[in-house]
Design a protein around this ligand. Structure first.
Ligand code: DAT
Ligand code: MG
Length: 149
């Protein structure tokens, strides 16, 4: 068990559909700790950097257009195995295949608008927390921490 930080973002469809509170609540109830968060309109350059690994894919243009189309809610979550825990809670990339009970499984319908992003590895988390938050996070204790580890 290792405490990790992960980058999670409610995409424009999730913000427009009023799912921000529901999604944050799921992570809070799971036991992950919010250590930074912000609502922002994503600049095109940030969208391109964030999704750089997909720049040769046919859907790259659509992806950048979508993620810059309306505000996103970005956050950093901390906790034991936070990266894989958050990914598992999101469900598979394609909502058609995401299990019920996951965020995409419960709220998503198509791969183009799949509600949420989460870092997929320790390397991605480090890169994305730097890119979106300049590595700024708040370290603080919660009384409940002792009941989570
Ligand atoms: P994930 O978001 O689960 O990490 P990914 O990194 O493979 O998935 O892709 C990033 C996003 O790009 C994904 O959330 C939705 C979009 N996407 C992926 N594959 C796609 C496809 N075949 N057609 C359209 N959009 C796609
Ligand atoms: Mg990915």
């Amino acid at each position: 068990m290792a405490v990790e930080k992960t980058f999670v973002m409610v995409k424009p469809d999730g913000v427009q559909r009023g799912l921000v509170g529901e999604i944050i609540g799921r992570f809070e109830r799971k036991g992950l700790k919010l250590v930074n968060a912000k609502l922002l309109q994503v600049p095109e350059t940030l969208a391109q950097s964030h999704y750089a690994e997909h720049k040769e894919r046919p859907f790259f243009g659509e992806l950048v257009t979508f993620i810059t189309s309306s505000p996103v809610f970005a956050m950093v979550l901390e906790g034991d195995s936070a990266i894989s825990v958050a990914r598992n809670m999101m469900g598979k990339t394609n909502p058609v295949e995401s299990a019920p009970g996951t965020i995409r499984g419960d709220y998503g319908l198509t791969i183009g608008m799949n509600i949420i992003h989460g870092s997929d590895s320790a390397e991605s988390a480090a890169r994305e927390i730097e890119l979106w938050f300049s590595n700024e996070t708040i370290a603080y204790d919660k009384a409940v921490d002792v009941w989570l580890a």
